[in-house]
Ligand binder design. Structure first.
Ligand code: FES
Length: 561
């Protein structure tokens, strides 16, 4: 057994060792907890301000049972929690703050290993990033998806169906009473959103990269099997300390490529691109945005889950979950990648069976021959941009039309409900100043609600482009993460209403049809916005955040390759 790190806190024979033992015993522990037992931190992002993680205290109790049973000592600690629905101006602004909280809480305390409890969108990547930087043995237990929503005889996917029904309500096709019923039935339990949004995606990718026990991601939040999974994870955390199995041995380039492959086959959230780039940066792995496209082109889209498909996470779980999906993808994966079990990915999923071929398609009969996400280039996005092609209208994937520009989010909000907005089905809606700095925090504004004037004509989708992100639960022909962003002087800043824009997904282009000299002339007049922050975390963020194609991490938190 390796020397325990925690022993440095209480085994030196000096006054402070005595004092630390005495202070910890004030919680009622006996002195046997200092007798060479691994101390397992339980890093809990529980919060009543984050409904998706509101059950994690119960999950933590199950983890503790496992840790005790395996001969370790569990010590639970809180971190900030990022509730996607509540946090202003946007949870993404604080992902790096949470990652720093996680990293320093692990590093600064008498911990030998850690179990990471997460769920809502940003909490999983923040914990992965922090744990990767601290690099002590770590295992993830995600909180699981909430129960499927219910309204009349309809099953609802939080986010995705809520948005669709809101469009009916705002155009008077649902009554206020019906809208009230939808509100009551949309989110019926704790747990993260139950479509393949960012939270489900990141949970599945944590499993695909080997950071959870097999089968963890898809178990519903309130299913008793999640508590069993948590207990097993607690037991395993103790063994990982004894084996000195750290994130740097698990989250390798191969593991990240496995996660990207899984993301493409899942029709996963575009936000995963940003988070995986940031995670790679924490480990000194030089992962480029363009590599996502290489993997996407060779990976079939298989998971028939909203918003790209038909089903919800409960059906994905019943069909076999991530293990069944990975089994289908095995020829495209690095099968020998090490995982938290101490075994390889291939060993973990041996014998996994798919129970419903409508939910997880066979690789030979995919829903789409390519992965869910395409990476675009072109004169509007020299650093790249992303589109979830499987959630887009096929007819719009190749499209040229006139731009209608919103210079800000507020201008967009003021415009979309204007019945006289001069837009047609050909229009390309453009939103500026919504990127990492422009938002600030790169909010999920990129979906851009469909203008009322178009909805009334029965037009439910037009091309929309921005430097923002989009909720993983959203859908439509939406180009996101344009880099560099407009607030940093990227070419998007030069686009004006009436300019011709071309989207060409098969050829991976997003272009403004202007001569290069005109684009350069307009950009030469660009003036960067002033920082909205003079102090505090906002100022740190503004001064150090990277662009989307670099993962939006802080420059000083990346590790050199
Ligand atoms: Fe937390 Fe959707 S709001 S996962």
């Amino acid at each position: 057994m390796p020397a325990l790190r925690s022993a440095e806190w209480w085994s030196k024979g000096d006054y402070y060792s005595f004092a630390r033992r005495a202070w910890l015993r004030s919680e009622g522990f006996g002195d046997d907890i200092f007798a060479g037992k691994p101390i397992i931190g339980i890093c809990n992002s529980w919060s009543e301000l984050n409904n998706c993680n509101a059950h994690l205290r119960t999950v933590a109790e199950a983890v503790k049972r496992g840790v005790w049973a395996a001969g370790g000592v569990p010590l639970e600690f809180p971190t900030i929690s990022l509730g996607e629905m509540f946090l202003r101006p946007t949870a993404m602004l604080f992902r790096n703050l949470m990652a720093m909280d996680v990293e320093e809480s692990i590093r600064g305390n008498p911990i030998d290993g850690v179990v990471l409890l997460c769920g809502c969108d940003k909490t999983t990547p923040a914990q992965l990033m922090g744990a990767a930087s601290a690099d002590l043995p770590a295992i993830v237990v995600t909180g699981g998806p909430m129960l499927s929503g219910q309204w009349k005889m309809r099953r609802l996917g939080s986010g995705t169906d809520g948005r669709q029904l809101f469009d009916l309500y705002r155009t008077n096709r649902l009554t206020p009473e019906e809208w009230c019923e939808v509100e009551a039935g949309l989110a019926r339990s704790p747990g993260h959103c139950t479509v393949m949004g960012t939270a489900s995606t990141m949970a599945c990718l944590a499993e695909a990269m080997g950071m959870t026990l097999p089968g963890c991601a898809a178990i519903p939040a309130v299913d008793s099997r999640r508590l069993l999974m948590a207990e097993h994870s607690g037991r395993r955390a103790v063994q990982m300390v004894l084996e000195d199995l750290r994130p740097s041995r698990i989250i390798t380039r191969d593991a990240l490529e496995n996660a990207i492959t899984a993301c493409m086959a899942l029709g996963g959230s575009t936000n995963a691109v940003v988070h995986l780039l940031a995670l790679a940066g924490r480990l000194g792995i030089d992962l480029a945005l363009s590599e996502f496209d290489v993997i996407s082109r060779r990976t079939p889209y298989l998971a028939n889950i909203k918003p790209s498909g038909q089903f919800l996470m409960e059906e994905f779980f019943a069909a076999g979950g991530v293990s069944a999906l990975l089994q289908e993808l095995l020829p495209l994966l690095h099968a020998g990648a090490l995982t938290v079990t101490g075994k390889t990915l291939a060993e973990n999923i041996a014998g996994a069976v798919c129970h419903d071929r409508d939910v997880i398609r066979p690789a030979a009969a995919p829903l789409h021959s390519e992965g869910g996400i395409a990476i675009l280039g072109g004169n509007l996005a020299p650093g790249g941009a992303v589109i979830k092609q499987t959630a887009a209208s096929p007819a719009l994937l190749t499209h040229t039309g006139p731009a209608h520009v919103f210079e800000s989010y507020q201008q967009m909000l003021d415009g979309v409900d204007n019945e006289n907005l001069p837009v047609t089905s050909d229009t390309v809606l453009v939103l500026k100043n919504a990127g990492p700095k422009g938002g600030p925090g790169m909010p999920e504004w990129g979906h851009i609600p469909m203008p009322k004037a178009l909805l009334r004509q029965g037009i439910n989708d037009v091309v929309r482009i921005s430097d923002a992100r989009m909720s993983g639960t959203s859908f439509g022909t939406v180009v996101l993460h344009i880099a560099p962003e407009s607030a940093a002087g990227g070419p998007l800043a030069a686009v004006r209403t009436g300019d011709s824009i071309t989207l060409d997904v098969p050829n991976r282009r997003i272009e403004v049809n202007l001569p290069p000299e005109e684009l350069a002339r307009r950009l030469s007049a660009f003036t960067p916005p002033a920082s909205p922050y003079t102090r505090g975390y906002g100022r740190l963020y503004w001064e150090h955040v990277n662009q989307a194609h670099q993962g939006c991490d802080f420059d000083f938190l990346r590790r050199n390759p």
